[in-house]
Design a protein. Structure first.
Length: 131
């Protein structure tokens, strides 16, 4: 899946929501995990990539159905991200059916743990799938 640098990652909050999105459902605002710095500024129609916590690879791409100003006024309720393409969908099936790694299965995408030999160095290799 090719992701533009203009995409900002968002995260679904549970495996239940992940299965729904992989099945073709859009993501409501209640399904977003809000990072410590907030969701940032964005407009309705902005393209966003979607990932799960602990996994750097996006599994879906969509467009925002609301902007950050509306969320600030109304809160995290209602429509959020209209999914245009996700891992395992019909568009994916037309391609080479590749997977970003072992953390991606046909029904679920797992978080990934980082393991380093020297804790003084920053983690650079993703070494195992956390179930």
């Amino acid at each position: 899946m090719l992701i533009s640098q203009k995409c900002t990652r968002l995260s679904a909050c549970s495996a239940v929501l992940l299965r729904q999105v992989l099945g073709g459902a859009d993501l409501f605002l209640q399904g977003f995990i809000v990072p410590a710095g907030g969701l940032g500024d964005f407009s309705e129609g902005d393209v966003r990539a979607l990932s799960v916590p602990g996994n750097p690879y996006p599994f879906a791409v969509g467009v925002m159905e609301v902007g950050s100003e509306e969320i600030a006024q109304k809160g995290l309720k209602g429509k959020g991200l209209k999914i245009l393409h996700s891992f395992g969908d019909l568009l994916w099936a037309l391609g080479d059916k590749s997977s970003p790694g072992p953390s991606f299965t046909s029904s679920r995408i797992f978080s990934m743990a980082v393991k380093t030999a020297n804790p003084q160095k920053s983690p650079t290799q993703i070494s195992r799938v956390v179930k």
